[in-house]
Design a protein around this ligand. Structure first.
Ligand code: HEM
Length: 388
């Protein structure tokens, strides 16, 4: 049978019917276009993410000589390590987070979300419509992560471009032009992060980079970890806000329920309903089996989080958006040793954005069809025109 084509526009517009067909057939499928088998059931994806026989094993982008900065950023990132180095780095980053950075940022995040939504409302008042991606979804997370890490000045402006250009490399079948652009962006990013780390070494502040420097993280690891936080920490959050608001506007009853409903379950439901990160890979470190599918040592296998999110074995009425859903063990933040370290901060940001929208732009509706980014792994919108 033919599996989905990750570059097909119709599939990207709504991949969930294809995922349902696959799930009904088997928990794991070979996928020649992606070049790996894909796990599609919730149980198979969970087993894959938790599996001790599988890990995130970084393979340098080739030719390695042309991707020096891109490979340096990733090879040293905690997300791409396993075993002792991962445990040590994760402990340092988690320790820094636990020193209260999320709580420190909370009033600031809420204030910023309110100001951005006021500006969005002013845009609608002036022009009849405004773009919620540019005005809120893409702005809030990058500002928050820059604040968390203490990135200021021109680097703060450049962050979004670097991050967007680098994460394009995670898509299947990326062309040479984009690969070269990702390397150029990585090189600029590495320079900026080294400068930041050096500055914080001499002038420590309240930010997370200062905490990591004080904890003795070495220079390459600091660059890799700061880059991971900047990219992981904002790309997914942008897309949860964009995908989530679109889902709410396409389900006006749910939007009206949210006027008074608690925000925490709604945030989880938006992440489940249309996950911003659709696929993660692991490599087998020894011969192993995932949901009956043999995975020989050294080969890769992918977890399709988007398919797991709609598994009827786990979720009641999985294709329905229900902002009051209580039983919601989605895998949107991953599972196991790589479980998202930024989940509390991401939840705070999405809740702050929704709260500002429901109180300041109650009559929010779609002004036109949104444009989708032509990417599969990072699922999100380019524009979301709204009005009131
Ligand atoms: C709603 C937004 C977010 C989503 C959906 C998300 C999702 C994920 C997922 C699925 C993973 C695991 C990847 C894997 O298992 O291979 C992960 C890891 C990670 N995330 Fe997030 N993330 C979000 C926001 C953030 C934020 C705001 C930060 C930091 C400020 C962050 C930092 C990290 C880090 C450091 C890891 C690596 C953990 C490790 O390897 O041990 N994320 N995230």
């Amino acid at each position: 049978m033919s599996l989905f084509d990750p570059a097909d526009g119709a599939f990207l517009a709504d991949p969930y019917p294809a995922f349902a067909l696959l799930r009904a057939l088997a928990p794991v499928h070979d996928h020649p276009l992606l070049g790996t088998p894909v796990a599609v059931s919730h149980a198979a994806c969970s087993a894959l993410l938790r599996g001790r026989d599988l890990g995130r094993i970084w393979a340098d982008a080739e030719p390695a000589a042309e991707f020096g900065a891109f490979n340096l950023l990733h090879r040293n990132s905690l997300l791409e390590r396993e075993g002792e180095p991962h445990h040590r780095l994760r402990g340092l980053v988690a320790g820094a987070f636990n020193r209260g950075h999320t709580a420190r940022l909370e009033p600031w995040v809420r204030g910023l979300a309110g100001r951005l939504v006021d500006d969005l409302a002013a845009g609608v008042a002036a022009d009849g419509r405004a773009d919620l991606i540019a005005g809120l979804a893409a702005t809030l997370p990058v500002e928050v992560i820059a604040e968390l890490l203490g990135v200021a000045g021109p680097e703060r402006e450049a962050l979004r471009g670097w991050s967007n250009t680098i994460v394009a490399m995670y898509e299947p079948g990326v062309d040479d032009g984009r690969r070269a652009a990702a390397e150029r962006a990585s090189a600029e990013f590495v320079d900026a992060l080294r400068g930041l780390a050096e500055h914080r070494r001499r002038h420590p502040g309240e930010d997370l980079v200062s905490d990591l420097v004080a904890a003795g993280v070495d220079s390459d690891e600091l660059v890799g970890t700061a880059a991971l936080l900047l990219m992981a920490g904002h790309e997914a959050t942008v897309n949860v806000i964009g995908n989530g608001v679109l889902a709410l506007l396409r389900h006006p009853v749910q939007w009206s329920v949210l006027a008074t409903a608690p925000l925490a379950p709604a945030v989880e439901e938006l992440i489940r309903y249309d996950p911003p990160l659709q696929l993660f890979e692991r490599t087998a470190v020894v011969d192993t089996v995932v949901a009956g599918h043999p995975v020989p040592a050294g080969t890769r296998i992918a977890a399709l989080l988007g398919a797991a999110a709609r598994d009827p074995q786990v979720f009641e009425r999985p294709d329905e958006l229900d902002v009051t859903r209580i039983h919601n063990p989605h895998l949107g933040f991953g599972l196991g040793v790589h479980y998202c370290l930024g989940a509390p901060l991401a939840r705070l940001e999405v809740a702050a954005a929704l709260d500002a929208l429901r109180t300041r732009m109650r009559g929010l509706t779609l002004a036109a069809e949104p444009q989708r980014r032509p990417s599969f792994v990072m699922r999100g919108l380019r524009t979301l025109p709204v009005t009131t």
